[in-house]
Every structure is written in structure tokens, then in C-alpha cells.
Design a protein around this ligand. Structure first.
Ligand SMILES: NC(=O)c1ccc[n+]([C@@H]2O[C@H](COP(=O)([O-])OP(=O)(O)OC[C@H]3O[C@@H](n4cnc5c(N)ncnc54)[C@H](OP(=O)(O)O)[C@@H]3O)[C@@H](O)[C@H]2O)c1
Length: 245
């Protein structure tokens, strides 16, 4: 089997996911650019290749069973195994007036849509890719979470944690809880599963507001994707270190 390691990054056509793909490519990974839109995917692959990354496109909508199963088959053909999976694709869901998601008037379909992408999508992709990850000597799974997932921070009025986001923030708390379940189930198998917060990053997601660049936002995910054997699993981290649950 090839010495070259292969990574899959979901939602890699732009923003933080694109920079995670680029960073892993710089580390010497072959990178599968998971993206649902053909034109956006092809243009990201082209840009990454121009930057010297060994990138290939992986059609992937994390909300579709068929799409995810096809992506796993494509990776099996392309690489025969997977060394790193970064579950980066995510959505905030529509924001209400004043740029909040008010829990008292929340549209239930909005909650379902956000959870379908940010949580169920991660489970769907992870389980489809696990047979390929298990063929790696050092499999790593990184779930891109957010500091707003921290109940400790949310519950402390002294901490500035941004607007009330009653669909998005709990979806990332749910994702953290799922991350811990995977880490427990896979303990001792060599598969390390961790959650990363990119910080507040200027991307489409934030209307390009935020002090951090997508490249800075990618750093913790890249660090967790390249952990040495015996590294942490079931952790939740940002650049500055562990985030309280
Ligand atoms: N920006 C921040 O400040 C911040 C802070 C904390 C956490 N995060 C997290 O970081 C991750 C990346 O966010 P970002 O800021 O880079 O946002 P972004 O620029 O909006 O990128 C999101 C990516 O996810 C993809 N995506 C969304 N739904 C998808 C689906 N169903 N299937 C496949 N791909 C899908 C998007 O694809 P399309 O182009 O096709 O829409 C896009 O590639 C998200 O999980 C987000 O929650 C961001």
C-alpha cells in the first residue's frame, strides 16, 4: 500500500476547510476535496494543485446517504485507505432579526436542518469512512466544532461568547458529545477522535467578520489531524489549548 497518506476534508471548497486541505497538502498528504457543488469543487482542486497540493475532488453532500457512500467508494478506488478525516462542513442556519437565533421563536425545520448537517452528517460520513480509516497505521478524525459549543462558557455571563444561537450552538455541543462517544468506542484501536475550534474566522459563514484568517482557523484542526500515536483522543481544543466542555 502507498506510503503517501490520504486525507478527506468535508466542505473543503472554501473557508476553513479549504485551508485545512491546503495545510494537510503542505504536510505531504494527498487530499480529497469534499464538496457538494461541482464547479466550486473543481475550482478549489485547481487552486490547490496550483499551490502544489496533490488534491483530487470528492463529490460529497454530507446530508445524502448515497452521496456519502459514493464518496467512500471513490476514496477506496483512489487510495485504498484513509489516514485523516476532517469533518469540517457545517452551517449556522438562518439568523433571525438582530442576528440571533431566538429559542423562543425557533423554526423547528431550521433546527432539523442544522442538526442534519452539523451532527448527523458527521456521523454519516464518519461511519462510511471508518472501514477505510481502519486500514491506516495512524487514523485521525477531527470534527470542526466551535467554542460556542462549550456549556461552561455559555453559562458564564462574564464570558463574551457572541449572540444567542439556539440552533447552531447546541448542534456543536451535540457534535462534541458525539465526538466523545466515538473516542470512547474507538479507544485502544489507534483511531484518535478530537474536536477543534477554529476561533472567530472571517469566512462566508460569518459574513467575513472576525479577527482570524481561514489559515489561522485551520491550525488546530491540522494539529489534531497530525497527532502522533498515543496523542489525545476525545478532546476539545483551540489554539490556546483545551476548551472546557
Ligand atoms: N467561521 C467561524 O468563525 C467559525 C467558528 C467556529 C466554527 N466554525 C466551523 O468551521 C466550519 C467551516 O466553517 P467556515 O467558516 O469555513 O464556513 P464556510 O466558508 O461557510 O464553509 C462551509 C463549508 O461547508 C460546506 N457545506 C455546508 N453544508 C454542506 C453539506 N451538506 N455537504 C457538504 N458540504 C457542506 C460548504 O459548501 P458550499 O460552498 O457548497 O456551501 C463550505 O464548503 C463549520 O463547521 C463551522 O461551523 C466556523
Amino acid at each position: 500500500m502507498s506510503e503517501t497518506k490520504t486525507a478527506l476534508v468535508t466542505g473543503a471548497n472554501k473557508g476553513i476547510g479549504y485551508e485545512i486541505a491546503k495545510g494537510l497538502g503542505t504536510f505531504g498528504f494527498r487530499v480529497g476535496v469534499g464538496a457538494r457543488d461541482k464547479a466550486r469543487r473543481e475550482s478549489a482542486v485547481e487552486k490547490l494543485r496550483a499551490a502544489g497540493v496533490d488534491a483530487f475532488g470528492v463529490p460529497l453532500d454530507v446530508t445524502g446517504d448515497r452521496s456519502v457512500a459514493d464518496a467512500a467508494q471513490l476514496l477506496a478506488r483512489e487510495a485504498g485507505r484513509l489516514d485523516v478525516l476532517v469533518n469540517n462542513a457545517g452551517i449556522s442556519g438562518e439568523m433571525g432579526p438582530g442576528w440571533v437565533q431566538d429559542p423562543t421563536t425557533l423554526d423547528l425545520d431550521l433546527v432539523r436542518t442544522v442538526v442534519e448537517t452539523n451532527v448527523i452528517g458527521v456521523i454519516r460520513v464518519t461511519n462510511a469512512m471508518l472501514p477505510l480509516l481502519r486500514r491506516s497505521a495512524a487514523p485521525r478524525i477531527v470534527n470542526v466544532s466551535s467554542g460556542v459549543a462549550s456549556l461552561t462558557r455559555q453559562a458564564d455571563p462574564a464570558i463574551e461568547i457572541g449572540p444567542v444561537m439556539a440552533a447552531y450552538a447546541p448542534s456543536k455541543t451535540f457534535l462534541n458529545a458525539v465526538t466523545v462517544q466515538y473516542a470512547r468506542q474507538l479507544a485502544g484501536t489507534g483511531v484518535l477522535v478530537n474536536a477543534a475550534c477554529p476561533g472567530l474566522v472571517a469566512t462566508d459563514f460569518t459574513g467575513f467578520h472576525g479577527p482570524r484568517t481561514p489559515e489561522q482557523g485551520a491550525a488546530t484542526a491540522i494539529r489534531l489531524a497530525t497527532l502522533p500515536d498515543g496523542g489525545p483522543t476525545g478532546s476539545f481544543a483551540e489554539d490556546a489549548g483545551a476548551i472546557p466542555w
